[in-house]
Design a protein around this ligand. Structure first.
Ligand SMILES: Cc1ncc(COP(=O)(O)O)c(C=O)c1O
Length: 306
C-alpha cells in the first residue's frame, strides 16, 4: 500500500461495546467494502449510516435520549431549536395553510412566522392561549396547526395546555408544543395528546451554554417525515454538539431541581393557585430545592411522576 492510500485507510480498532460514555463519531462519511454494501444500505436492507447529513450515531443517541424522556416513539435532532421548530411545522403542514400561534411565544418563533412562513404563503393567526374562549373561537377558524409553548418565553406562564390540545383535536387541528422551558422534567406534552414536541436543546437539556441544538419527538411516522426534512433542508446537527448535549442531559434532572437557574423567576409567572388555569392544568412543577413549597402550592396542581 502506498503512503497516499495508507494515510486515508480507516482504522480497524473495534469500538468497545461496554464503554460507559458513547464514542464521538465525528465523521461526515462512512466507508464500505464495495458498492453492493452501499446499495443494500440505501435500500434499507442493511443497518448503518452513509452520510452524517442523513444520520449519525451521536445524533441518534441524543434523539433516543430525548424521545425516551418525553415518552415518544421516536425523535430527531436538529442543528438548533429554531431548526426543530421549522422541521416540526413543515412536517405537520408541508404546504402553505393557516397556522395558529400562541401570542405569548419565543421571539424566534415569531421570526420564523414573519420572515419565512408568511412570505411562503402561510397565513398566521395569533391567539391568547390564556383565554380559552378566544382559543375556541380561533380553532373554529380551522387552522391546520397550533404552535404553543408549555411554559412561555419570556413571561414564563403556563396555559391550560391539556384542555387546549383536546379542543384543537376536536377541531382537527394538530398541535406542536415547544417544551424547551418546562423540559420533560416538568411536563411531557405528548401524554396530553400533542402531535409533535420540540426543544431548544441549547437550553436546559444541553445545560452548559456550549452548544446550539434542537430536537423534535413524536410518533414514528411523523418523526420519519421530520427526519426527511432535516436531511433535505440540512438542519443536521454536528455530532460533537450532540455528544456534548447527551453528556449535559445526563444531569438534567439534577440541574432542574436547583432553584438557582433562570426559570425560578418564571415560577412567579405561573397562574396563582386560585385561578382556573392552576386548578385544571396538568403542568406541575416537580419540587425544586429552595422553592419546593412555593412551586407546587402556587400551581395548585398535583405532582406528577414522569
Ligand atoms: C422556547 C424556545 N424555543 C426555541 C428556541 C430556539 O432555540 P435555538 O436558539 O436553539 O435555535 C429558543 C431559544 O431561546 C427558546 O427559548
Amino acid at each position: 500500500m502506498d503512503i497516499y492510500t495508507q494515510v486515508v485507510e480507516p482504522t480497524t480498532i473495534r469500538t468497545p461495546p461496554n464503554a460507559a460514555s458513547f464514542p464521538i463519531y465525528q465523521t461526515s462519511a462512512y466507508t464500505f467494502a464495495d458498492v453492493d454494501e452501499v446499495d443494500q444500505l440505501l435500500a434499507g436492507k442493511r443497518e448503518g449510516y452513509s452520510y452524517t447529513r442523513g444520520g449519525n450515531p451521536n445524533t441518534d443517541a441524543l434523539a433516543q435520549f430525548a424521545a425516551g424522556l418525553e415518552g415518544a416513539e421516536a425523535g430527531v435532532v436538529t442543528s438548533s431549536g429554531t431548526a426543530a421548530l421549522m422541521a416540526g411545522i413543515l412536517t405537520l403542514l408541508p404546504r402553505p395553510g393557516r397556522i395558529l400561534l400562541a401570542q405569548e411565544i419565543y421571539g424566534g418563533t415569531v421570526g420564523i412566522a414573519r420572515t419565512i412562513l408568511a412570505p411562503m404563503g402561510y397565513q398566521m393567526q395569533w391567539v391568547d392561549t390564556h383565554d380559552l374562549a378566544a382559543v375556541r373561537e380561533a380553532l373554529a377558524g380551522t387552522p391546520a396547526v397550533l404552535v404553543v409553548e408549555t411554559i412561555s418565553n419570556p413571561l414564563g406562564r403556563a396555559c391550560e395546555l391539556d384542555r387546549i390540545i383536546a379542543m384543537a383535536h376536536r377541531h382537527g387541528v394538530r398541535v406542536l408544543v415547544d417544551n424547551t422551558f418546562a423540559t420533560p422534567f416538568h411536563a411531557t406534552p405528548l401524554s396530553w395528546g400533542a402531535d409533535l414536541v420540540v426543544h431548544s436543546v441549547t437550553k436546559f437539556i444541553g445545560g452548559h451554554s456550549d452548544l446550539i441544538l434542537g430536537a423534535a419527538v413524536g410518533s414514528k411516522d411523523l418523526i420519519a417525515r421530520a427526519a426527511a426534512v432535516v436531511d433535505s433542508a440540512d438542519f443536521t446537527p454536528d455530532p460533537f454538539a450532540a455528544w456534548l448535549a447527551l453528556r449535559g442531559g445526563r444531569t438534567l434532572a439534577l440541574r432542574m431541581r436547583k432553584p438557582a437557574w433562570g426559570l425560578t423567576t418564571a415560577w412567579s409567572g405561573f397562574p396563582s393557585a386560585s385561578s382556573p388555569a392552576a386548578t385544571s392544568s396538568k403542568i406541575s412543577l416537580r419540587p425544586c430545592e429552595g422553592n419546593r413549597d412555593v412551586g407546587v402550592q402556587r400551581l395548585g396542581c398535583e405532582r406528577r411522576s414522569i
